[in-house]
Design a protein around this ligand. Structure first.
Ligand code: XIL
Length: 327
């Protein structure tokens, strides 16, 4: 039936995966799939702040550069992930991941330098940047992270978009978050906030819907949410798709507990792609990994797994064929 990349090309969509750059060139099967099945790639970790600036003022771009080179060699576009987030921050900035000993003015200067330095390093090589990731709580209130505290509000978001645009005016600049696939306090708060950013002329181009789904929570009204953000004049994307479910006890951590769970996963995967296909400004559809062997899910969600399109032995699962059939 052809690669996902080739099939999606026919409907002018890019299909992607989050890539663990340590496996590129070391795991042959992984590397072959990464290079052949996708038309866009996202670094799973290697452009995050804790990786790129492990000591203050000492940069390590090697993982990000490796991914950019791989993408260029395989005709793929890169989603940069990410510039501003509350998590995976360097220890020198926040030793406990929650607080910092820098003053508010220092924090502001540090964030500005980071956004400009990283966007400048990758200038011209990034298709979409996740400029700000996960700034709201599930109840719709702003996350009280070090950025919110230093600015005394969400003003850091507009600043970050302006700095990113100043450093790389051609990259598409995205706000990215999870659980906004559902209509509720979080997506409503972000809808209102992002509408305000657009109206104030902040250079935001799109909204990324992470789409980390779990079969126990029901399928969200994803299409309606993609559409309402698109109707603000923005592009949208599904940026981190995976569908987890409860699994047999370890060591079968990636085997669904029942045939029903497998069927539910397939239905969810199909609906995520159909939602993107149904909304014109949905420009990319990215899975958060390739194989269950390397998925973040079992390490974070106790008892859950089997979230991706290839199994632990790199065999394509039925949900892979389902996506091929839809494209
Ligand atoms: C995850 C990675 O997959 C893990 O390897 C890492 O240990 C933690 O971060 N939302 C995001 C991603 O925006 O950056 C996260 O990636 C998953 C949730």
């Amino acid at each position: 039936a052809g690669s996902l990349a080739a099939l999606a090309d026919g409907v002018r969509l890019r299909v992607g995966a989050a890539i663990n750059t340590d496996l590129l060139g070391t795991d042959a099967t992984y590397t072959a799939l990464a290079g052949s099945e996708f038309s866009t790639v996202t670094p799973e970790n290697s452009m995050k702040w804790e990786v790129v600036e492990p000591q203050q003022g000492t940069y390590d771009w090697s993982g990000g550069d490796k991914l950019v080179a791989f993408a260029q060699a395989h005709n793929q576009l890169v989603r940069g992930h990410n510039l501003v987030w509350h998590s995976q921050l360097p220890k020198w900035l926040t030793p406990d991941g929650v607080t910092t000993t820098f003053t508010n003015d220092q924090v502001k200067a540090i964030l500005k330098k980071h956004v400009i330095d990283e966007a400048t390093h990758f200038k011209g090589k990034i298709w979409q940047w996740d400029v700000v990731n996960e700034a709201f709580n599930d109840d719709g209130t702003p996350r009280q992270d070090i950025w919110y505290k230093a600015w005394g509000g969400l003003g850091y978001i507009a600043d970050a978009f302006r700095w990113a645009h100043q450093a790389d005016s051609k990259a598409l600049l995205f706000y990215n978050d999870y659980n906004i696939e559902y209509t509720g306090p979080k997506s409503n708060a972000e809808y209102a906030f992002i509408k305000g950013l657009k109206q104030s002329g902040v250079p935001i181009d799109g909204v990324g819907f992470q789409t980390h789904l779990d079969t126990q929570y029901g399928f969200p009204d994803l299409k309606n949410n993609l559409q309402r953000f698109a109707d603000l004049g923005l592009k949208v994307a599904e940026t981190e798709v995976d569908v987890r479910t409860f699994t047999k006890p370890a060591p079968d951590v990636n085997v669904p507990a029942s045939g029903l769970a497998q069927a539910a996963q397939e239905a969810y995967w199909m609906k995520t792609l159909q939602a993107c296909l149904a909304v014109r400004p949905c420009i990319s559809y990215t899975a958060w990994g390739i194989s269950d062997k390397n998925s973040w899910v079992p390490g974070v969600f106790a008892g859950e797994g089997a979230a991706l399109l290839w199994d632990e032995g790199y065999q394509p699962k039925p949900q892979f064929t389902d996506l091929q059939d839809l494209l």
